[in-house]
Each structure stands twice: as structure tokens, then as C-alpha cells.
Design a protein around this ligand. Structure first.
Ligand code: ADE
Length: 281
């Protein structure tokens, strides 16, 4: 996968040289280029923002530097494709890159979207600052990219850079070969629509707190059942919104019993919380 990030603070993206993502880059599993938006300005002051039409607080990012930056990224891709490089596939021309625009006004980022984006050949991230990027850039970009405004959550950051750090890590770790043991991707929070069960390591007793006995029993069936029950309990307690969306079609009898004890019934293939039922044990 190739990732391009455009920002007025390229140094903000330095952590992507570390840890798993840094190693993936070194190993050639991920090519990541960070571009300074100001190199695409033409005036002496390297201006990237201006006052908003219609008035109001703050500044808006000017369209021209963005157009120059995105055009140069799109042109680099065309050049690679035409020379038969990594931009083209054996089945025909390369797919249009996805332009991710981090914004509190975008669709919500989640694990499903991370998996979807991990399938792409090229992702381009446009980090807005101030009040955002002139909307015409977003419209015009559709000529070169599949445009997706994406929000990390219902809160406001100062710019897209922190959101890009989070998204690139979430997507990058899903690329083949990046995480050493791919099984760890299967048993983590959100992989099955539920939160992960609690985990413990040695010593088995610590400051008068014991690891749950079932985990020391060696009974793998019982351990799996306990973990599943803990996933339901945690999700019910912390994220009932996830249980409301959960596809109850594949639940076992033991699952239904565990959920029943937590106050949930299966109605029309979905979990419904019984009114006035306390979730906690
Ligand atoms: N930029 C500012 N706030 C953001 C958010 N919540 N998600 C993504 N990008 C942002």
C-alpha cells in the first residue's frame, strides 16, 4: 500500500516512523510519503489560509495550494501506472486512490472502515487546519480520487494530523505481514462487534487479587465460554450501543443464556434490552 499525507505540519507525522508502522515501512510493506502543503504555495509568505466568505470566526484553507498538492500526487500515480510500476495491477489500470479528509463532519471511523481502507492500493490523507478546507477542493477532488470525509469521533481536534496518526495505525496493522501473529487481530475488541474480554498474566495472585480460577483450569472449552461471557458483560456495561447493532443470528444457546442473565433477549435476530433490567451483576 502507498499512503500520502498532506499537512502544514509534516513533523506531526514523525511517530509513523516508530514501532510497527515504522517497521512496516522499513520492510517495504507500506510506502508512506508526507508532503508539506506550503511547498505548493506561490506567494512570498507561503499563505495557506484566508478569511471565510459570509463572515464568521477563524480562517479557511485556500483552494489553490491544495489543488497543486493533490494534482502532484495524482500525477505521480499516473506516471507510476504508465511505467508499469506498483501503481498498476495485472488486471488493468490501478484503482482510483481514496482521498481521506479527516473532519469532525465526516462519517465515523471504525474497525470496519479500517478493514475496508486496508484493501486499497493508495490512500491520500488531506489534513485540514483552522475551520477546514474550501469546500470546492473536496468537490473537485472527485475527478482524481474517491473522496471520503472521515471523523475519528464526536469531538473537535485542532487539525487532521492526530486523526491521521490514529487511522494510519489502525489501517496499517491490518496489512498482510505487519502484525507478527495475525491471530491477535481475530481476538481483539471490535473484531466480532464486541469488546475484548479482560486479560491477565503472571503472577496468578497479586496484591490480594487472584486471576479468575477458570483461566488456570486448563479447560479450553470453559475458558472460551468464560471469555465470551466477559465480552458480553463488558459490552453491555460500557457500549450497549454495540449490542443493539449486534447480529444475534449466530448466537449459541450458552450465549443466549449469558445474555439473558445480563437482561438481553433476542427479538427478530437482534438483541433487545429488557426494560428496567439492571445490566450489572
Ligand atoms: N479534525 C478535527 N476534528 C476531527 C475529528 N473529530 N476527526 C477527524 N478529523 C478531525
Amino acid at each position: 500500500m502507498r499512503i500520502d499525507v498532506v499537512s502544514i505540519f509534516p513533523e506531526y507525522l514523525a511517530p509513523l516512523e516508530l514501532s510497527l508502522i515504522g517497521k512496516a515501512r522499513q520492510d517495504g510493506l507500506l510506502e508512506l510519503n508526507v508532503h508539506d502543503l506550503r511547498t505548493f504555495t506561490t506567494d512570498k509568505h507561503r499563505t495557506v489560509d484566508d478569511t471565510p466568505y459570509g463572515g464568521g470566526a477563524g480562517m479557511v484553507m485556500k483552494p489553490e495550494p491544495w489543488a497543486q498538492a493533490l494534482e502532484s500526487i495524482a500525477a505521480a500515480r499516473v506516471a507510476v501506472t504508465e511505467s508499469g510500476g506498483s501503481g498498476s495491477s495485472q488486471d488493468g489500470p490501478a484503482k482510483q486512490p481514496v482521498l481521506v479528509v479527516p473532519s469532525p463532519a465526516g462519517e465515523r471511523f471504525n474497525q470496519a472502515l479500517a478493514y475496508e481502507l486496508a484493501e486499497e492500493e493508495q490512500l491520500v490523507f488531506a489534513c485540514g487546519r483552522y475551520e477546514g478546507i474550501d469546500e470546492r477542493v473536496i468537490e473537485w477532488s472527485a475527478e482524481h480520487f474517491t473522496v471520503r470525509p472521515v471523523s475519528l469521533g464526536d469531538y473537535v481536534l485542532n487539525g487532521g494530523e492526530v486523526a491521521v496518526l490514529a487511522m494510519v495505525e489502525a489501517i496499517g496493522r491490518l496489512l498482510p505481514g505487519v502484525v507478527g501473529n495475525p491471530e491477535s487481530l481475530v481476538e481483539e475488541s471490535h473484531s466480532d462487534g464486541l469488546l475484548e474480554y479482560p486479560v491477565y498474566t503472571k503472577p496468578s495472585s497479586w496484591r490480594d487479587r487472584d486471576v479468575p480460577a477458570v483461566l488456570l483450569s486448563g479447560n479450553h472449552g470453559k475458558i472460551a465460554q468464560w471469555r465470551r461471557h466477559e465480552q458480553f458483560r463488558r459490552t453491555a456495561e460500557r457500549r450497549p450501543d454495540l449490542l443493539a447493532k449486534f447480529d444475534a443470528g449466530g448466537l449459541t444457546r450458552a450465549d443466549r443464556t449469558a445474555l439473558g442473565e445480563l437482561g438481553y433477549d433476542v427479538v427478530d435476530g437482534h438483541l433487545r434490552h429488557r426494560p428496567n433490567d439492571d445490566v450489572s451483576d
